[in-house]
Design a protein around this ligand. Structure first.
Ligand SMILES: *[C@@H]1O[C@H](CO)[C@@H](O)[C@H](O)[C@H]1NC(C)=O
Ligand SMILES: *[C@@H]1O[C@H](CO)[C@@H](O)[C@H](O)[C@H]1NC(C)=O
Ligand SMILES: *[C@@H]1O[C@H](CO)[C@@H](O)[C@H](O)[C@H]1NC(C)=O
Ligand SMILES: *[C@@H]1O[C@H](CO)[C@@H](O)[C@H](O)[C@H]1NC(C)=O
Ligand SMILES: *[C@@H]1O[C@H](CO)[C@@H](O)[C@H](O)[C@H]1NC(C)=O
Length: 466
């Protein structure tokens, strides 16, 4: 069973012409960053400054409004963490900063709704007489030196014993090795794209910030102390914040006091590092009361994934002919929403229908070859300027329609080149709504009512409130 599908982009600053396609079934793409604009006129600079000021002003106003809301309206506490795009590190992941241990130390973690072990690169000696494994983190080429959690220095770190029921029956990917009953419970956690993490499970605390600015300690979290990891998925982060569904997960602990809700808003994946969205545990004040929604299918056998009930997809206002079984998790299909996947992956029949409908509308635009995409276009041409990109809507059973911005499915891959941003998986197979298609929306996972609510937002606090 795959745990998480982590496709990632390598954003390369040079102008190397063609992206590399890695071995295996997963994509690794090379994106080209837009060149810094040169010869900017004073007017443009001025416009930018004015825009910046307005933005700053709006942020300040929103903050004040939010404070007021928090103070005057019955306080609905929630945990909030900043989230940003990892594009600056060359990955298609979204990062969050989490403080772990006592005293609390900050770590940069990949947000991943498709896995259920939150872990951090970690060193733990335990008793003085036991060997001291040092983290062996491969996947060279990381552009940032990793922070290593020194578990011996944390007063709240308690290894889970290998003889406990928790270890033997509940924790994912736990190993059966148990030299003494008090030995730590070890794991070898496997990810879909071939990465893995090895270490020991522990009971630990995190320090989180509430919407009202107060801090609180979140105790009794089960986290992984990873001593070795394999694969390149984690080169830019210190670990993973697993947002998957299930008992003993970060989500179950973090939402327990806050209505079993969590939400996130991802900024445009090409945004600079200083543009932040947020991850919220508890009610999200920026979500409209009557936001569209979809049914979340939360069954033990589907854990830790968030299956959503898709009814169909339209392109240019026309409902595509896609067999219903593609969206049915009981007949080899189904769709999950995953923050750890970059491009949206569609099962073959859906992929064919969607890509053919979009490409038909773009028939006049000259094509360019960019492996591994099937359809890429020269967007600097006159034909492109004269072409309207068709709208796309994902229909969920219930009241929800997701109409993502066009840039979320006709994506900027290189200067002047746009590609249809879907990839395919053989049928039968599960489809995955990746994080680019989710960008610039608030997504709220209501675990109690099994509903996913969503709303467009550019993730600036309060921008859609009122
Ligand atoms: C984790 O430790 C806390 C005490 O800090 C304890 O109450 C809780 O039961 C422990 N949880 C597990 C799963 O061992
Ligand atoms: C982010 O940084 C860039 C340059 O480093 C700046 O132009 C931009 O205004 C900043 N954005 C925000 C939201 O602070
Ligand atoms: C999904 O497939 C199962 C098994 O084939 C079938 O019993 C069920 O009715 C299907 N559900 C829908 C909504 O079509
Ligand atoms: C796109 O078209 C323009 C104008 O025809 C041409 O100069 C340019 O080389 C083309 N770009 C690519 C990537 O093919
Ligand atoms: C954010 O969204 C608001 C509302 O649509 C819009 O007015 C504003 O320009 C957006 N801000 C940015 C930075 O795109």
């Amino acid at each position: 069973m795959h745990r998480f599908i982590l496709l990632f982009f390598l954003l390369i600053l040079s102008s190397a012409p063609v992206p590399a396609f890695s071995a295996g079934s997963h994509l690794r793409l090379t994106l080209h960053r837009r060149p810094e604009s040169t010869g900017i006129s004073r007017l443009e600079i001025l416009r930018t400054m004015i825009h910046g000021d307005r933005r700053r002003h709006r942020m300040i106003s929103d903050k004040i409004r939010r404070r007021r809301r928090v103070c005057s309206v019955p306080p609905s506490p929630a945990i909030e963490m900043p989230v940003w795009s990892g594009a600056y590190t060359g990955t298609g992941q979204y990062f969050v900063r989490v403080r772990l241990g006592t005293p609390a130390k900050p770590f940069l973690l990949v947000t991943d709704t498709g896995s259920d072990l939150t872990w951090v690169t970690c060193r733990y000696h335990g008793r003085a007489d036991s060997p001291a494994p040092s983290p062996d983190v491969n996947g060279g080429g990381g552009r940032r030196s990793k922070r290593v959690f020194n578990a011996d220095l944390s007063r709240s770190f308690r290894p889970i014993s290998c003889s406990s029921d928790l270890c033997r029956t509940e924790l994912p990917f736990s190993l059966s090795t148990c030299p003494t009953p008090a030995s730590p419970c070890a794991y070898d956690y496997q990810y879909a794209e071939g990465s893995s993490a090895q270490g020991i499970f522990a009971n630990e605390s995190a320090t989180v910030e509430l919407l009202n600015g107060h801090r609180m300690k979140l105790k009794g979290l089960i986290i992984g102390c990873t001593s070795t990891s394999v694969g390149s998925s984690f080169i830019s982060a210190d670990g993973v914040l697993a947002l998957g569904y299930g008992p003993n997960t970060f989500v179950s602990r973090a939402t327990a006091k806050f209505g079993n809700l969590f939400s996130y808003c991802f900024v445009d994946h090409l945004s600079p590092r200083n543009a932040t969205g947020h991850l919220t545990f508890g009610p999200n004040p920026d979500l409209f009361p009557h936001s569209p929604s979809a049914r979340l299918i939360l069954e033990p056998k589907l854990q830790p994934f968030y299956y959503i009930s898709v009814a169909g997809i339209s392109v240019a206002g026309e409902l595509l002919r896609i067999p219903a079984s593609v969206w049915n998790d009981s007949s080899g299909g189904g769709a999950i929403l995953d923050s750890g996947t970059t491009l949206t992956i569609l099962a073959e029949p859906a992929y064919k229908a969607v890509v053919s409908a979009i490409s038909t509308q773009l028939i006049n635009v000259p094509r360019v070859e960019i492996d591994p995409f099937e359809y890429c276009y020269n967007w600097t041409t006159a034909a492109a300027a004269a072409t309207a990109v068709p709208g796309l809507t994902v229909h969920f059973t219930g009241s929800g329609n997701l109409t993502p911005p066009r840039k979320s499915y006709l994506i900027d891959v290189a200067d002047g080149v746009k590609c249809i941003g879907f990839s395919s998986t053989p049928w039968p197979g599960v489809s995955t709504i990746g994080n680019i298609l989710q960008q610039e929306h608030i997504w709220e996972f209501d675990l109690k009512n099994q509903r996913l609510r969503f709303h467009p937002s550019n993730c600036t606090e309060g921008s859609f409130y009122h």
